[in-house]
Design a protein around this ligand. Sequence first.
Ligand code: TYD
Length: 219
Amino acid sequence: MSLFVTFEGPDGAGKSTQVRLVADLLRKSGTHVVLTREPGGTPLGERIRSVLLDPGECAIVPRAEALLMSAARSQHVSEVIQPALEDGAIVLCDRFVDSTLAYQGAGRGLSVPALTKLQEFAVESLKPDLTILLDLPPSSGIQRRRESGIPLNRLDEDDLAFHQRVREWYVQEARQHPERWTVLDATRPEGELAVEIAELIRVRGRTGELNAGTNRVSG
Ligand code: TYD
């Protein structure tokens, strides 16, 4: 059974931890899981990631930022995500298309319809079967990042209003598409969250088997 699950949310919501914990839980029950992240996930993607995120790397205008995120994503879909899905894996991806719409669209103010078209081109209309929004007020997210000792990246350093717009876009999108999105409070204990997400994925996997691959449009 293949399933494409994406994790989204403001910076510092604990997505990377959840992706890891959920992968461990699913693997314990013998499921084939592929864990990956954006920007990155491939050798090219990781190089683009450094250019995009390392503070002081070089100035990047919003359109270039959107194109670089999308270029990394295109490589990621062809090289990792699509082959894993064809192989019957559950793919857990830390950020995907929705991050570009939230950060470069709502955050930077680029046209969301134009970015949506760009995404269709980049990923050949691949859509997640399930998207988990780990929701958190942006001020707490940045605070968590500082406390965890993880160095802040170039986007973490954007102002609070930017991160508010990103969060609002996520919340609104999730409200409009409840069939794909599940919103969870990121401040809950991480073990408890992981168990709930793993269960959501199992249930979605079972229903997915009944409606085999309805979200996978390509062309
Ligand atoms: P990362 O260190 O992975 O942070 P997080 O744990 O919050 O995901 O950095 C990824 C950063 O890149 C994050 O600030 C969101 C941003 N981003 C975009 O702006 N657009 C995108 O399309 C993607 C995938 C990420």
